[in-house]
Design a protein around this ligand. Structure first.
Ligand code: PMV
Length: 325
């Protein structure tokens, strides 16, 4: 098997060229979740330590057989409900490539925990799309991958901003504004982010729906909160571009204070955020839909172990670190 670049649509092809395996990373939102749904900017980065994998091999059957052993499911896409996300991405990609969804078997596996703000749904979609494009030997650009995964994101949570599919398909730090072209930016000084799982699965759809209802009830208040988040995101981009990592941490704390006001924090999130700060993190906040899921903390290299231990002691069920560069 040959190892190819992660940016390549086909990551690996078996020696007999029969089997195609493709990957997509997880992601974290550094700044701006929720407000991004309302047109404010957000910053997200890929997390390569966790990933979704899709393997395709030819099968004689007319249908596409899907197996997802992680969730104990095996089914034919023709039998899947219309909102089944794997069946939906298979159909969307085959239609885009003008291919019939038939004659292959698809296995999906993911190390990205579901409903924890790490982009598992979008990563599965992008990995499957890459594998299908490799199988049919037809290229999909990052933009195509992102657009196809976005269609499926809509099934997950009605009004997605598109940030998850974008950062995962492009696999680089993004400054994202809904409906606009992706903007990349320079990371002047790489920095470490600890990622800690509260252990609470919190579907994005629920948090996004609650924020929508609160916004409808108190439009001026929520618009003002979103504006403040937007201003923080702008400052964070400048701080990242100029290597002022202390300031990035401070802005994270400010973003978290606003997320609490928006109503998407939780006692589990607050506990981990507090533990990270007490252990010396430069700043911490929830990441993604909130109400549980993962928190992120900016940490100096020399302090990583201490922060990781503090997060574990405060109840994190999993802690990992990623370098933003
Ligand atoms: O929970 P996640 O990783 O799907 O993050 C969603 C981010 C939100 O801003 C809450 C929703 C969105 O569509 O942007």
């Amino acid at each position: 098997m040959s190892q190819r670049s992660l940016r390549d649509p086909i990551f690996r092809r078996s020696a007999d060229s029969e089997r195609v395996m493709a990957f997509a990373p997880g992601k974290i939102i550094l700044f701006g979740e929720h407000a991004v749904v309302y047109g404010r900017p957000a910053i997200a980065v890929p997390v390569l330590k966790v990933r979704a994998e899709a393997t395709i091999q030819p099968a004689s059957s007319k249908a596409v057989l899907v197996s997802a052993p992680d969730i104990g499911r095996q089914y034919e896409i023709d039998d899947a409900p219309i909102d089944d996300p794997i069946a939906a991405i298979v159909r969307a990609v085959c239609e885009h490539l003008s291919e019939v969804p038939a004659g292959f078997q698809l296995q999906v596996h993911s190390t990205i925990p579901v409903a924890r703000g790490l982009g598992s749904g979008a990563a599965v979609s992008v990995a499957v799309a890459r594998a299908i494009s490799g199988f049919f030997q037809k290229k999909l650009s990052s933009e195509d991958l992102s657009d196809l995964a976005f269609k499926v994101e809509r099934l997950h949570h009605g009004t997605p901003s598109g940030i998850d599919n974008t950062v995962i398909a492009f696999e680089r730090p993004v400054y994202f504004v809904r409906g606009e072209r992706i903007q990349s930016f320079q990371v002047a000084r790489p920095f470490l982010v600890a990622i800690a799982d509260t252990g609470v699965a919190a579907p994005t759809k629920v948090a996004v729906g609650d924020v929508r209802r609160a916004w409808e009830a108190q439009r001026d208040r929520y618009e003002a909160l979103f504006d403040q988040v937007g201003a923080i995101v702008g400052s964070a981009r400048t701080a990242i571009e100029t290597g002022r990592i202390d300031h990035v941490g401070k802005l994270m704390d400010e973003n978290q204070a606003l997320l609490r006001k928006i109503g998407v924090s939780s006692s589990e999130v607050d506990r981990l955020v507090e533990a990270a700060r007490k252990a010396g993190a430069l700043g911490a906040k929830l990441s993604g839909g909130g109400r549980g899921g993962n928190i992120i903390a900016i940490v100096e290299d020399a302090n990583l172990e201490r922060v990781e231990q503090a997060l574990q002691a405060a109840g994190a069920v999993n802690v990992m670190a990623t370098r933003v560069e």
